[in-house]
Design a protein. Structure first.
Length: 128
């Protein structure tokens, strides 16, 4: 996760945009948001806000179906300048221009993050 976070932060910095806060969604985005915030020196992390301010970086764990992105872009003050940063992005033909990711996944891989392990294991047990 550290190497992936470092890669993501480098790509964010390469955009040349400064942010006053980080926005995220609870659960999956909390840990990545904290890791990115620490590396960027950003103290304010906003969770599940109704509005994403133009000077806020949005961080999540993965860009997968695009559902979270669509929900977030509707809340953004400035949709064109929103930066949506994720640790991973599922391999697709097209990505939104606002997306910055550290690594692409194979379309068939399912990522279980350390912070999701309990929920994932419980889900598997319930299917047996």
């Amino acid at each position: 996760m550290e190497a992936c976070t470092a890669t993501l932060v480098k790509k964010i910095l390469d955009k040349g945009i400064s942010f006053r806060s980080i926005s995220t969604v609870s659960r999956g985005g909390l840990v990545p948001a904290r890791l990115v915030a620490d590396r960027l020196g950003i103290k304010q992390i906003l969770v599940d806000e109704e509005t994403i301010s133009a000077d806020s970086l949005f961080v999540d764990d993965i860009y997968d179906t695009g559902e979270t992105f669509r929900r977030i872009i509707e809340k953004a003050d400035n949709q064109d300048s929103l930066v949506y940063a994720t640790l991973f992005a599922r391999r697709k033909e097209h990505y939104p221009k606002q997306l910055v990711y550290a690594e692409l996944t194979n379309g068939n891989e399912y990522i279980v993050y350390p912070w999701d392990r309990f929920e994932h294991d419980a889900s598997l047990k319930s299917q047996i």
